[in-house]
Ligand binder design. Structure first.
Ligand code: ZN
Ligand code: ZN
Ligand code: ZN
Length: 387
């Protein structure tokens, strides 16, 4: 794949720096320790992509102490290979309860038996319940996003490059799909093509391919069904995956004519799409440091409300994106968090006339120092597909 040559890798020092800052943030947020489960937090802090399993793997961050990862004995080699920075590895074997190993790491350094502990939001309940019931009865557990959100929300230059490469790869897939043919195929068939093409364009994994045709275009999270695509109807195409661990997520709206000029978009759809197009553009333009997340949402909503489609835009305007497809910050009413330079998120208003049809336009945008940096480059116009 041609993008491979310029795909950055996060250097070891960057992970060391993230770990150092995470330990600092753990302390400044008043926690005694942070327990990091397998998943995006662990990958962010160490580069290690372990499989989430019933056997516990857990990074223990205690401010002032060396970060230590507790891994099953049989995973030691995988951890040595997968950790991209210096972390002490402590193994447990099948005969020893891993939760006691973790608690040992906590209670000793912390110096008391009722620590306030941040735990990864995606830690399996089975692991947390075991920790709570068996060994750390007096600990107070709170979500680690409190600590890690501020770090993970601000993307560095390498992360932005990966997000851009992912976005551009998804852009190419949109263009390939919009080239048709689409008429006479099932949504599921088109979704399979999307997934194959995402991989062919350099994605690690294709995570979703929403192909909502006709009335299904009015269902924002419709996946893809056996419905056959017909001439004279729209398709909402919302696709994405990860590239170098970072997410792509783009939505474009298509109209299929099947080559029949009489089957072009009707007046109502053209109007709806025009309003949506203006709303999405206005919301993207409004992005800059200091503007509240909810203000971007309001900017998208204003023109849609003004044209009487307010009830038909029934989801938030956007979500953060990075190692997770949906992460902080969320562009939603009530979120007064001010945007900061380096935040990355989707801007994706939609208008859905249930039972009839709908449309959505979605781009990934980075908040730059001077305004929006839009990572997707695919045209946002209505794609008229004649095949
Ligand atoms: Zn969504
Ligand atoms: Zn999407
Ligand atoms: Zn999205």
């Amino acid at each position: 794949v041609t993008t491979e040559a310029i795909r950055p890798t996060i250097p070891a020092e960057r992970y060391a720096e993230r770990l150092r800052r995470a330990a600092e943030a753990t302390a400044t947020h008043g926690f005694d320790a942070m327990l990091v489960a397998v998943g995006p937090d662990l990958r962010y802090l160490t580069g290690y992509e372990a499989m989430p399993l019933e056997r516990l793997t857990m990074l223990v961050v205690v401010p002032g102490h060396a970060p230590t990862i507790v891994v099953p004995r049989l995973e030691r080699a995988a951890a040595e290979a997968g950790l991209h920075t210096e972390v002490t590895i402590l193994t447990w074997d099948e005969l020893r309860a891993p939760y006691e190993v973790v608690t040992g790491l906590l209670v000793g350094p912390v110096g008391h038996t009722s620590p306030r502990v941040a735990v990864s939001d995606t830690l399996w309940a089975s692991h947390l319940l075991a920790l709570q019931s068996k060994v750390a009865k007096n600990a107070r557990f709170e979500p680690a996003s409190t600590v890690l959100r501020d770090l993970r929300m601000i993307k560095d230059a390498d992360e932005i490059t990966l997000l851009r490469l992912a976005a551009q790869a998804a852009d190419r897939v949109v263009a390939q799909i919009a080239a048709g043919p689409l008429v006479g195929r099932t949504e599921a068939d088109v979704a399979r093509e999307v997934r194959d093409r995402l991989i062919a364009e350099g994605h690690d994994v294709a995570l979703f391919a929403i192909v909502g045709s006709g009335p299904n275009s009015a269902s924002p999270h419709h996946e893809a069904s056996e419905r056959v695509i017909r001439a004279g109807e729209p398709i909402v195409l919302d696709i994405g995956g990860t590239l170098g661990g970072y997410g792509s997520d783009i939505t474009r709206t298509l109209w299929v004519t099947g080559g029949d000029a009489a089957k072009g978009p009707d007046e109502g759809f053209r109007h709806l799409f025009g309003v949506l197009y203006g709303a999405q553009a206005a919301a993207m333009r409004a992005v800059r440091p200091g503007v509240a997340c909810e203000a971007i949402d309001a900017t998208a909503r204003r023109p849609i409300d003004a044209e009487g489609y307010g009830e038909a835009f029934f989801h938030r305007t956007g979500h953060g994106i990075g190692l997770e497809g949906h992460e902080d910050p969320y562009l939603i009413a009530g979120n007064d968090l001010p945007l900061r330079d380096g935040m990355a998120f989707s801007v994706e208003p939609g208008i859905y006339l249930v039972g009839e049809y709908g449309a959505r336009i979605e781009d990934i945008v980075v908040c730059g120092a001077d305004g929006p940096i839009v990572l997707n480059e695919a045209s946002r116009e209505l794609y008229v597909v004649d095949g």
